[in-house]
Design a protein around this ligand. Structure first.
Ligand code: SF4
Length: 297
């Protein structure tokens, strides 16, 4: 059984930088992160083990300092947290900042903002909370909720697949032929690279293992992408989630991983797959050994 890794996989620079910033501040003062810094249980457990607290909202923070995650937050949310007397550190990824700036620019230019993404995702809440009016759409059926506007300004959650985003933009153009539709591509480069690499991997694998947190949007998108070219795609959070029977009769296993998956977790999954491969090879050797053939004849 051959094991191959996607050309691009695992933790992106935005998540790495946010973790480094949290660890650096936590050395100097008690720190609470507002919400999940990343949607990955292994990373969160490691942060907690180093004394960092995690609270879902500013009212529940018990340390003087709180950190905004890489997913960003609205000005309104940051103001509210400061209003509670909290010292706020921002670990917002620069590519999420770019999405905020792009949406603000579209609104200033008179476009009605439409975000392609998940309405209840923390990044999308951050992108929309400061807006007086907006729409969030994820798939074609959501387009029924859009009213005709003279000008639509479209941006996307940074972790949406770019192909799907482009398709949604063209659907909006078709549905509202009299409207001016301006699209700013805010899907981040690491997401694009991982999506493209996952497609290539799925085309060349019998089984694909996608590693990432159960709540990780970009990991779930990778599962969907791989599923278009490979019928056996499994999502695991870590090596403990693997099952030997997924790999019977398999010649190539591909590994992909979301942007919040640590290298150590990817390495553990690969090691476990190598162990399965060794066991499968030993099993085949035993079955094809001349003595075993005599014994079963
Ligand atoms: S997934 Fe993209 S936008 Fe999100 S933290 Fe990583 S690089 Fe930044």
């Amino acid at each position: 059984m051959k094991i191959i890794r996607a050309a691009h996989l695992g933790m992106c620079f935005g998540v790495r930088d946010a973790i480094a910033l949290a660890l650096q501040h936590a050395k100097e003062r008690p720190l609470t992160i507002l919400g999940e810094l990343v949607h990955n249980e292994a990373v969160l457990t490691s942060l907690r083990s180093q004394g960092i607290r995690i609270a879902p909202q500013p009212e529940l923070v018990e340390t003087p300092t709180a950190m905004i995650t890489a997913h960003g937050a609205s000005e309104r949310a940051i103001k509210r947290a400061r209003g509670l007397g909290l010292n706020i550190i921002e670990a917002t990824c620069p590519l999420v900042d770019f999405a905020h700036l792009s949406v603000a620019k579209l609104v200033r230019a008179g476009y009605h903002p439409v975000i392609i993404g998940k309405r209840d995702h923390v990044e999308v809440r951050g992108l929309t909370e400061d807006l007086a009016e907006y729409d969030v759409v994820l798939d074609e059926k959501d387009l029924d909720t859009l009213k005709e506007r003279a000008r639509f300004g479209i941006a996307a959650q940074t972790t949406q697949p770019i192909e799907k985003v482009r398709h949604m933009v063209s659907m909006i153009r078709q549905r509202f032929p009299n409207s001016e539709v301006q699209f700013t591509d805010t899907v981040c480069q690491p997401t694009k690279q991982r999506q493209l690499a996952a497609l290539d991997l799925a085309r060349n694998s019998d089984v694909v293992i996608v590693i990432g947190g159960a709540n990780s949007n970009n990991t779930r998108e990778l599962v969907t992408t791989c599923g278009r070219y490979c019928s056996r795609v499994f999502h695991v959070q870590d090596a403990a989630g693997l099952r030997a029977d997924w790999f019977f009769g398999t010649s190539t296993v591909g590994i992909a991983a979301g942007t919040s998956t640590p290298d150590a977790v990817i390495d553990e999954v690969e090691e476990r797959l190598e162990a399965f491969a060794r066991e499968a090879a030993e099993c085949t050797t035993e079955l094809t050994h001349p003595l075993s053939l005599v014994a079963t004849a």
